[in-house]
Design a protein around this ligand. Structure first.
Ligand code: UT7
Length: 330
């Protein structure tokens, strides 16, 4: 018979909050005109149908790991923490060159810490919200005090540059957030995650036999413009908030028309007229799991959002996967 009848658990805290943010983009700017030299497209079509003016493509030296480590280091500095203050790294990515080794262990090492929990989460463009949900629960339960959540993607490795329906959309970059404990309920800055998956629609986005990303654009567009606003509303409801409480809306930057459709639905449900809506896709393209933290970091840098603002984040993409939550900006 066992000598112990109970198994000790870590001491829980009230919840989690974001302590710092950072982002990283490769240097090379790719304009719509540059892409129009390769495929049959034009600046006007891309701006009006997708909302992108330019995007960044990584060099051969840039990787999911290097861009993520750069964003993560900046987020740590923003939080006023050292690498050794971290207990875990959670990396949302779907563009590692191989399934193993994962990105998180290498990223932690590059940032300057070993011996901490390190895992990748693949929920495609919903990955940052999944990672944030996992990290917040790790902190709330007492498993970890400080967790770095990174969204990092090198989508250019997976693009058929002769397929105009995808090569004009996707791009490279990373965004990161450091989460830490909130000791009191008033201090909690990450709401419960509202998430799910639609595996019945798996065939709409994927990687083909030539390792190229393909998507049924119209089908995903219809799905995103009908199903994602209700998920955002569910995340608000789970946090005990209403659309009027939201200062900043940050949907995954897949297409500016999808972003605007989600914002319109939120306004129909009482969001304020002064709601700030992320439009980072204009200059960053669609960077999958990186798009949400990168958009927030860029909006902070531009002075469009403030510390203490209530942000509603919601990601969606291949899987199909979706998820979102309320976060208070650091
Ligand atoms: O991040 C993961 C989640 N992904 C998404 O949320 C993506 C959702 N889908 C979309 O954002 C849009 O469907 C796209 C941006 C992918 C495409 O926009 P669309 O307005 O749905 O265009 P479409 O696919 O219906 O194509 C309309 C026309 C077609 O020509 P025809 O058949 O009408 O002659 C396309 O061949 O536009 C053509 N087209 C282009 N024309 C110029 C497709 N790509 C291009 C292009 N330049 N790059």
């Amino acid at each position: 018979m066992a000598l112990r009848s109970t198994i000790r658990q870590p001491d829980p805290v009230a919840g989690a909050k974001i302590l710092g943010l950072g982002s990283s983009q490769p240097d090379r700017i790719v304009t719509n005109d540059e892409l129009a030299q390769r495929v049959e497209t034009n600046d006007e079509w891309i701006r009006s149908r997708v909302g992108i003016a330019e995007r960044r493509f990584a060099s051969a030296e840039d990787s999911v790991v290097s861009m993520g480590a750069d964003a993560g280091s900046k987020a740590l500095a923003d939080a006023g923490l050292s690498p050794t203050d971290l207990d875990a790294v959670v990396v949302a990515t779907c563009t590692m060159p191989t399934p193993i080794p994962n990105a998180a262990a290498q990223m932690a090492d590059r940032i300057g810490v070993n011996g901490i929990g390190a895992m990748d989460v693949n929920a495609a463009c919903a990955g940052f919200c999944y990672g944030t949900g996992i990290a917040a629960d790790m902190i709330r339960s007492g498993t970890a005090r400080h967790v770095l959540v990174v969204g990092s993607e090198k989508l250019s490795d997976w693009l058929d540059m002769d397929d105009r329906s995808v090569c004009i959309i996707f791009a490279d970059g990373a965004g990161a957030a450091v989460l830490g404990p909130a000791e009191t309920p008033e201090d909690v800055g990450v709401g419960p995650v509202a998430w799910g998956a639609a595996g019945d629609l798996v065939s709409t986005i994927g990687i083909d036999e030539k390792n190229y990303l393909r998507q049924e654009g119209q089908a995903v567009f219809r799905w995103a413009t009908t199903k994602i606003a209700p998920i955002a509303m569910e995340a608000l409801d789970k946090a005990g908030l209403t659309p009027a409480d939201v200062d900043v809306l940050v949907p995954h930057q897949a297409n500016l028309r999808i972003v605007e459709a989600i914002a319109k639905k939120l306004r129909q449900h009482g969001a304020r007229e002064d709601l700030v809506v992320a439009d980072d896709i204009v200059h960053s393209g669609n960077t999958s799991s990186a798009s949400i933290p990168m958009a927030i970091d860029h909006m902070r840098g531009a002075g469009r959002v403030r510390s203490g603002d209530v942000a509603l984040i919601v990601g969606f993409g291949a899987g199909l996967s979706y998820g979102g939550q309320v976060v208070v900006l650091p």
